[in-house]
Design a protein around this ligand. Structure first.
Ligand SMILES: [Zn+2]
Length: 305
């Protein structure tokens, strides 16, 4: 049976996945306990072997999703979620312990986009865009049934498309990137700015709080989603011109707001959409939303094809 490994912000989730997409067993490894990539991989490898033994199965393949991973050579460099910033080959480290089975590595957003294809709403679709809204914005673009990788495996950085010329500073060194308006921190910044302009103190401490307030009709919270929808609608209408997808699937913690976000997103998307795509592109929540930890494991397992 195959294993899906999600190397996330604080934890590594290791799951044993059957053919139907059920996570039969899983375990968690804490990233912060390890000073080197080799030590972390040793523990993950041990966890895989232990889960295989306990469940009486053999590992047939390992799919690994990790932020900043390069799908072309399986290396990771400057990963925001790990202590070790130097470049290392995740694929080679795993191959030391599992020389005879396939080991596939990709970044977490691409892995989740493939998870949508194998286990979610992307089944049978050949052209869709997968956008994940959380602490950052990640995306995977499926065109002609395949993930688009581009020149160096870095295609699909929708989060760093500029939506506001000379806008907010972004960690990438530029200004006005989509991520700075629709990921968790950016959304919260918008809400705080709107409250300040309205002359009162913010009533929410995070995106969940903004969602609750918007649900109750709070003006600044509703306006926050309107601005997020405008930024997403504009950016994704431009993306639609490039690959003409049939669907856009939205995933991640920020997307848990559901229609509060999707309604303004669709409205601004349609307003900005080129006439030849009108009424043809559906914007929906990902089919993997119900359990996001599981989704990351399934996405990683889906890398094995
Ligand atoms: Zn940026």
């Amino acid at each position: 049976m195959r294993f899906g490994v999600d190397i996330g912000g604080t934890n590594v989730r290791v799951g044993l996945v059957d053919r139907a997409g059920n996570i039969v067993d899983h375990d968690v490894v804490r990233c912060s306990l390890y000073e080197t990539a080799a030590d972390l991989v040793l523990t993950i490898a041990y966890t895989i072997l232990r889960l295989a033994k306990v469940n009486g199965v053999k590992a047939s393949g390992i799919g690994i999703g990790c932020p900043n991973a390069c799908p072309l050579d399986g290396t990771v460099e400057n990963a925001t979620n790990l202590k070790f910033k130097q470049k290392f080959s995740l694929k080679e480290l795993f191959h030391q312990y599992f020389p005879d089975i396939p080991v596939m590595v990709d970044n977490d957003a691409n892995a989740a986009a493939l998870g949508e294809m194998v286990y979610g709403k992307g089944r049978g679709l050949s052209d869709y865009v997968f956008v994940t809204l959380g602490t950052g914005v990640g995306s995977g673009i499926v065109s002609g049934g395949k993930l688009v990788y581009g020149l160096n495996g870095q295609a699909g950085e929708i989060g760093h498309m500029i939506v506001e010329p000379d806008g907010r500073d972004c960690g990438c060194g530029r200004k006005g990137c989509l991520e700075r308006y629709v990921a968790a921190e950016g959304a919260f910044q918008t809400y705080v700015e709107l409250c300040k302009a309205a002359g009162h103190s913010p009533l929410a401490n995070d995106c969940r709080g903004i969602s609750d307030l918007a649900q109750a009709g709070d003006a600044q919270a509703c306006q926050t989603y309107e601005i997020m929808g405008r930024c997403l609608g504009m950016a994704l209408a431009n993306v639609a011109c490039v690959t003409a997808p049939s669907h856009i699937f939205v995933f991640g913690g920020v997307a848990q707001a559901g229609e509060l976000l999707l309604e303004p997103f669709r409205r601004h998307f349609n307003r900005n959409l080129l006439y030849c795509y009108r009424n043809q592109i559906k914007i929906e929540l990902s089919g993997l939303m119900s359990n996001q930890h599981n989704a990351a494991i399934l996405g990683a397992a889906a890398l094995l094809g």
